[in-house]
Design a protein around this ligand. Structure first.
Ligand code: 5GP
Length: 190
């Protein structure tokens, strides 16, 4: 049976990763399915359960770990867990479909190791850390404390960039969308 492919996309928070993924999905030039992760963090305004994430309670997340429901999961922020559900990925892969994962750097590197040549890992980076802080502040969805946390996390995440198959700098959004789409198309076409 044909084996589907996995696209792994990681980026420090605020680098436009979700915007880029959504734009590519909406353009419809590439046939890929978004894997909806599970998390125990609260939904942000506008986020929809089952669309952006499967929002679970702490207990539900622990139960999912216990029944081996995850391909991988990480405590991305203290007490905040995120995991890729087997049910989001495995049956699509069996049907030969391409699945896109929006996951953190540790999860991204782990999934790449698991899937090898069947996966392409793409790292989206900000033009600079200062620019990233400015974007997070203008997004105004997080407190000042959360922004500080995300910026120091970004510095750590940037050190993983060399472990990815490809890096895209999001300086200009339209170019970053086009570059990411090209990377994906090239890989799927193989
Ligand atoms: P946010 O809370 O901003 O939506 O996401 C925080 C971080 O968690 C992002 O870096 C995002 O890519 C990552 N993330 C989302 N889903 C998963 C997942 O299933 N596994 C892992 N390891 N990280 C995830």
């Amino acid at each position: 049976m044909d084996q589907g492919k996995i696209i792994i996309i990681s980026a420090p928070s605020g680098c436009g990763k979700s915007t880029i993924i959504n734009a590519i999905m909406e353009r419809g030039n590439v046939d890929m399915h978004f894997s909806v992760s599970a998390t125990n963090r609260a939904p942000r305004q506008g986020e929809v359960n089952g669309v952006n994430y499967h929002f679970l309670s702490d207990q539900q997340f622990r139960d999912a770990i216990a029944r081996d429901a995850f391909i991988e999961y990480e405590e991305v922020y203290p007490g905040r867990f995120y995991g890729t559900l087997k049910e989001e990925v495995e049956h699509r892969c069996r049907m030969g479909q391409t699945v896109v994962l929006d996951i953190d750097v540790k999860g991204g590197v782990r999934v790449k190791e698991m899937y090898g040549d069947r996966a392409r890992s793409i790292f989206i980076q900000p033009p600079s850390v200062d620019e990233l802080r400015r974007r997070l502040e203008s997004r105004a969805t997080d407190s000042a404390e959360a922004i500080d946390q995300r910026v120091s996390k970004a510095e750590f995440e940037l050190s993983y960039a060399p472990m990815y198959d490809a890096c895209v700098t999001n300086d200009d959004l339209a170019s970053a969308i086009a570059d990411t789409e090209r990377e994906i198309k090239e890989f799927i076409g193989k």
